[in-house]
Design a protein around this ligand. Structure first.
Ligand SMILES: [Ca+2]
Ligand SMILES: [Ca+2]
Ligand SMILES: [Ca+2]
Length: 164
């Protein structure tokens, strides 16, 4: 039996069933215990806008060294590599959109950072521009590809306590 919810004083939804690919909601009327019916569920798939989940990428803070120690009182730069993998070409990163710990890169280059034969991206960030504090244990890099796909990578770090 199919009814319109407006015909009844619907108190609760009792079930959700799918019948011949048609979603139906089971309902009850609060004034009539014996009443039980199914209504058609009118579902329209809506594409979510402005809510794209970033594609995870590999980054390496201070490539070639570990742990990734950062001295926040340093006036130097922190190198961060975006690693090319079978699923991701670091050369497609739109450099203007790169943010690492909220900082934009000072400079960038393309080279085989990890020596595996493909070209990675190396970025340098002003240590003083990084939004990190003494309790930070990781940092995130976000960017868009030149095709507009959001990407995101995280690597661990270790803050070197400053001696003052
Ligand atoms: Ca490293
Ligand atoms: Ca690689
Ligand atoms: Ca490489």
């Amino acid at each position: 039996m199919l009814v319109s919810p407006n015909d009844r004083n619907i108190s609760r939804v009792t079930s959700l069933v799918v019948q011949d690919t048609t979603p139906l909601i089971g309902i009850q009327d609060e004034r009539d215990e014996n009443f039980e019916a199914y209504v058609l569920l009118d579902i329209v798939a809506q594409p979510l806008s402005g809510c794209t989940i970033p594609v995870p990428i590999s980054i390496d803070i201070k490539p070639g060294s570990y742990p990734n120690s950062i001295n926040l009182s340093s006036k130097g730069v922190v190198p961060v590599a975006i690693i090319t993998t079978p699923g991701f070409d670091a050369g497609t990163v739109d450099i203007d959109t790169v943010k690492f710990a909220d900082a934009s890169p000072l400079r960038s280059g393309l080279e085989d950072v990890d020596g595996d034969g493909d070209i990675d991206m190396i970025l340098h960030f002003d240590t003083q521009a990084l939004k990190l504090d003494r309790t930070s244990t990781s940092a995130r890099l976000t960017a868009l590809t030149t095709g507009g796909t959001p990407i995101e990578g995280t690597d661990s770090l270790r803050i070197i306590p400053s001696r003052r």
